[in-house]
Design a binder for this molecule. Structure first.
Ligand code: BG6
Length: 512
């Protein structure tokens, strides 16, 4: 399979970089970034001199940090490579830096006493000394921290003279909590870095099946003629998780499913499903087409919000606590009662290809199964000579067991009456390809280190997504109603079924 991405500058697979991770001892770093970097190292994609410099307020030295990573990350990587693991640990450094009194792990702000200011200054000086003499390397600042720290970090890094022409900055999602805050962050970061140096990450874009969706659409001839409203009845995009939000209430109360999953991951999947074929496989051509889809989304505003969106919150069920009873450092507030852990939306794209084809988006916590998938439901045959047929469906499964299934009608073997049965033509990536499927972060970090932004979101893309989300948020906030309760371990509130049922449709798993 050809690579979907091209490097803007010719770089060797293993050119030297200093990767500076702000929030480097946090959860994302420990669970995703460091294991992904280890795998890149193991596969020979990090040059021998590449360093990973974690920044936190932790007061750790290099040895403490390596010990922490050894204790917390080692069991997430294969145990068969002790020498490689030691080599990887040798790349790690830690510097204690405090940014504007903001905690990279998001635990809140702290006082700015003199001692703190001195410590902070010396932290930046330590970092500057570590980076000095390596200006010829790529320097990547990875901000694995809440968005309110992004602007301050960039200003302080620039103030300490650390931003070089070869620098890039990676911004973790969520980028803001509405359009205005996203614009403010983009302005602040944009005051220090050029747009081409800014990498806004959405880890769904690094998933194999997501990239395969483009290959499926644009490297095969048979789909394009039927990829439109003449042949497609509707599309369902689902990201269902079995996990709840234990320990995350501080974040989740202010996010909710719409900001946490729809504004970014689900809208990105919608864009890749709906976009026009780009003229070239390059960073701007693909992102240009995605933006056009976002701009063509029909706004859902005011009174329509109740008709086209559903929100739910899980309550106790299946032996699991409800959202409000999840372990958290603070008791639930009114905001906690109002936050949605489930949402389903009927979206429409106003263009020639998709007019009249609903795109149903759905995501939820504490669902019965972990599934992320895109289901393209074709129309009925124009005239049926057999009773009992069901329309074709193309299912792109992102997880679990990444793969593609085309559900077609077949005849059940047997004499007598012809009996139809929908059967899947299946491609399981795990069974078809023997190569290890890399984690999304591995792919994306490789692209950051080689300076390839194709799978990252451009400013106009993020802002167009917020522009569509904002009126839904506003209507929910203005509404006296609360999210519909659904028991943990079930597939969301009744309203989600009604959203499709009103037009005689049903969710994919109910049709199977
Ligand atoms: C993150 C969200 O972006 O994606 C989490 O903040 C969510 O709430 C996660 O659990 C889901 O990612 P994945 O790759 O497990 O589907």
């Amino acid at each position: 399979m050809s690579s979907l991405t091209t490097s803007p500058v010719p770089v060797s697979a293993a050119h030297t970089a200093d990767l500076v991770v702000f929030g480097g001892t946090g959860d994302l770093s420990m669970r995703k970034l460091l294991p992904a970097l280890y795998h890149s190292d193991r596969d020979g994609r990090l040059s021998p001199e590449t360093r990973v410099i974690a920044l936190s307020r932790g007061g750790l030295d290099d040895a403490d940090f390596r010990g922490k990573v050894d204790a917390e990350v080692r069991d997430q990587v294969p145990a068969d490579d002790p020498a490689g693991w030691r080599r990887f640990l040798g790349r790690l450094r830690h510097v204690s830096v405090d940014v504007g009194g903001l905690d990279p792990q998001g635990a809140g702000e702290q006082g700015a006493g003199e001692a703190r200011r001195v410590g902070r200054r010396s932290g930046w000086e330590t970092l500057a000394a570590l980076l000095a003499g390596h200006e010829d390397r790529d320097r990547v600042f990875y901000l694995a921290s809440p968005p309110r720290t992004f602007g301050a970090f960039c200003r302080e890094a620039a103030g300490a003279g650390l931003v070089t022409p070869r620098s890039r900055v990676v911004l973790e999602k969520p980028l803001g909590h509405d359009l205005a805050s996203a614009q403010r962050i983009n302005d602040e970061v944009g005051a220090i870095f050029d747009e081409r140096q800014i990498f806004r990450i959405d880890h769904y874009l690094g998933k194999e099946t997501v990239q395969n969706l483009l290959v499926l659409r644009f490297a095969n001839a048979f789909l394009e003629p039927i990829w439109n409203s003449l042949w497609i009845d509707h599309v369902q995009i689902t990201a269902a998780e079995t996990v709840g939000t234990p320990g995350r209430r501080g974040y989740y109360d202010h996010a909710g499913a719409l900001r946490d999953m729809v504004q970014n991951h689900l809208l990105q999947l919608l864009c890749l499903t709906a976009m026009e074929p780009p003229a070239r496989n390059d960073r701007e051509a693909i992102r240009d087409e995605k933006v056009k889809v976002l701009q063509a989304l029909r706004p859902i505003t005011g009174g329509e919000v109740d008709r086209f969106t559903v929100r739910g919150q899980y309550v106790e069920g299946g032996g699991m606590p409800g959202y409000l009873d999840e372990p958290a450092s603070t008791p639930p507030t009114e905001e906690s009662c109002r936050v949605e852990t489930f949402t389903a939306i009927r979206a429409e794209i106003r263009n020639w290809r998709w007019a009249g084809v609903p795109f149903y988006l759905r995501t939820g916590k504490r669902m019965p199964r972990r599934t992320s998938e895109i289901v393209v439901r074709f129309k009925d045959v124009p005239h049926s000579i057999y009773p009992g047929g069901t329309p074709n469906r193309l299912v792109l499964r992102l997880q679990p067991e990444e793969g593609i299934e085309l559900h077609i009608m077949a005849k059940e073997p047997g004499a007598g009456e012809v009996t139809l049965k929908p059967v899947p033509l299946s491609l399981s990536f795990g069974e078809t390809f023997t190569a290890r499927v890399p984690e999304a972060y591995e792919r994306l970090l490789t692209d950051v280190l080689s300076g390839n932004p194709t799978l990252f979101m451009r400013r106009d893309e993020v802002e167009a997504a917020w522009r569509w989300i904002d009126p839904i948020l506003a209507a929910w906030e203005a509404s006296p109603g609360l999210p519909e309760p659904y028991p943990a371990g079930t597939s969301g509130p009744a309203g989600a079924r009604e959203l499709l049922g009103r037009s005689g449709r049903s969710w994919h798993e109910e049709e199977s």
